[in-house]
Ligand binder design. Structure first.
Ligand code: FAD
Length: 434
């Protein structure tokens, strides 16, 4: 009988908790990956960077496993149907997988766990994609943190070398089930086309870590942030490896970003209502204007605010946007245009190659003021001042909006002072209602 490892957001053989536990089970190990039709069918665009990345990384894993005389079983369908098939095809003793904190994933895993139990197959799950999860970092009152700063203090104190140790999967390479490579569905067979842009490398350089604090807020500087978000999203790098490197370089700023990532995972896990609703319920009373024509201008990067337009065009063109500009564009949509943060969240969700529900939702609720670490509602980013501060010479803006100095470039779609006051009044009215 076999131990199966179900890979999802942990596409690597190195330092993978579930894989390690499977390899230690003493039985032959067979890794599997399921392209979930429910998720793929819901994607609007047939050129989707995430799907392309998955196919590329699945191929890489299959090659790595072929070198070890084994393979990766790759299926396309709904997880429950696929597991029903797998149970009849293989003699499975145990299934190992890593935790996922999204509502859909938690329900899916519960259903699969129940199905496996009916067949007396063990289902073992581990922490892998976070440094700390669930109840590992709690406040003095044993409740989940809802504010980042005290969470991060506690998180940092707890982050001893023990938590950064890699799972030494390399020691057990003889445990993989020996089999010929099996076929896998191609991008085309699943109805997708490649975008064709290369993905960023999976390494973080010491130069970046040494300069990150100084350069991370300057969107014009190429590679001033790690661009590892897609790799963290799909687990093609290990977060433990990255945190260890940051600690060795004493890069507290980079560690802090990994802490934000953990923080938003635990917010989603403990407060699943944030997926659909404001973390602070009273913010669901806001009377959004939700003007569709204005939303379209924001999506296309034609607001007449150069920094907003540059960000949206960067997103539309390469499927990634610099963090500072994500904050500015999101704030502009929620506050200047009074468009429901969920619209912006969904648009980013379609376009971002690093789309991750927890960080995206956290970022949007932060911008809307409705989230955990909300800035006071009357603090409204001034996009012109932000551009002056973070893109003083306009290098980033000119790169993405080359016509910015020409008469054809649109005038600002809303005047800042009016829009600011309108946002403050609308928010105040909503918050008074409760
Ligand atoms: P780096 O600056 O090199 O940071 C290293 C890693 O830390 C990132 O790859 C990411 O995994 C993590 N990280 C950094 N900042 C944050 C943060 N604020 N919250 C959570 N994790 C963080 N990040 C996503 O991974 N997916 C998203 O869908 C996403 N949506 C966002 C939406 C909004 C409105 C905002 C304001 C931020 C969002 N972020 C999201 C966070 C952040 O912008 C990206 O993680 C970052 O820009 C990715 O680039 P990088 O890998 O070069 O980051």
């Amino acid at each position: 009988s076999l131990s199966l490892v179900w890979l999802r957001r942990d596409l690597r053989l190195h330092d993978n908790a579930a894989l390690y536990h499977a390899l230690k089970s003493g039985r032959p190990v067979l890794p599997i990956f399921i392209f979930d039709r429910k998720i793929l069918d819901a994607l609007d665009d047939r050129c989707d960077r995430r799907v392309e990345f998955l196919v590329q990384e699945i191929d890489r894993l299959r090659d790595e496993l072929a070198q070890l005389g084994s393979t990766l079983v790759v299926r396309y369908g709904t997880p429950v149907d696929i597991w029903k098939e797998l149970i009849t095809q293989y003699t499975i003793a145990d299934v190992f997988t890593n935790h996922d904190y999204e509502g859909y994933a938690k329900e899916r895993d519960k259903a699969i766990g129940d199905l496996l139990a009916e067949h007396s197959i063990g289902f073992h799950t581990s922490k892998d994609q976070t440094l700390f999860e669930r109840d590992e970092v709690l406040s003095g009152k044993k409740t989940p943190y809802t504010v980042f700063t005290p969470y991060s203090r506690n998180w940092r104190e707890k982050l001893t070398d023990f938590y950064l140790k890699a799972y030494p999967t390399e020691k057990y390479v003889g445990q993989y089930w020996k089999t010929q490579p099996l076929p896998a569905p191609t991008l085309k067979e699943m109805g997708f086309l490649p975008v064709g842009d290369p993905f960023p490398p999976r390494t973080v350089s010491r130069v970046l870590l040494d300069n990150y604090k100084k350069t991370r807020d300057i969107p014009a500087l190429p590679h001033s942030t790690s661009e590892l978000s897609i790799h963290l999203r799909f687990g093609t790098v290990s977060v433990r490896d990255l945190a260890r490197q940051a600690k060795e370089a004493d890069d507290q700023t980079f560690l802090n970003e990994l802490c934000w990532r953990d923080f938003y995972f635990q917010v989603l896990d403990h407060f699943p209502h944030v997926e659909k609703n404001s973390f602070r319920r009273e913010y669901d009373q806001i009377e959004w204007r939700n003007n569709e024509a204005e939303f379209d201008k924001w999506c296309r990067g034609e607001t007449g605010y150069p920094i907003v337009d540059a960000g949206m065009r960067q997103l539309n063109t390469i499927g990634w946007m610099h963090n500072r500009v994500r904050m500015i564009t999101a704030s502009f949509l929620c506050k200047h245009l009074l468009i429901d943060w969920r619209w912006g969240e969904a648009y980013f969700g379609k376009k971002l190659r690093d789309y991750d529900l927890s960080a995206n939702n956290g970022g949007w609720q932060w911008a809307a003021g409705s989230g955990t670490d909300a800035a006071p509602y009357f603090r409204v980013f001034n996009p012109t001042l932000q551009a002056g501060k973070f893109d003083a010479k306009g290098v980033y803006i000119r790169h993405w909006v080359p016509e910015v100095d020409k008469p054809t470039y649109p005038k600002p779609m809303v005047e800042h002072t009016m829009a600011r006051q309108r946002a403050v009044d609308t928010y105040r009215k909503a918050l008074k209602k409760v």
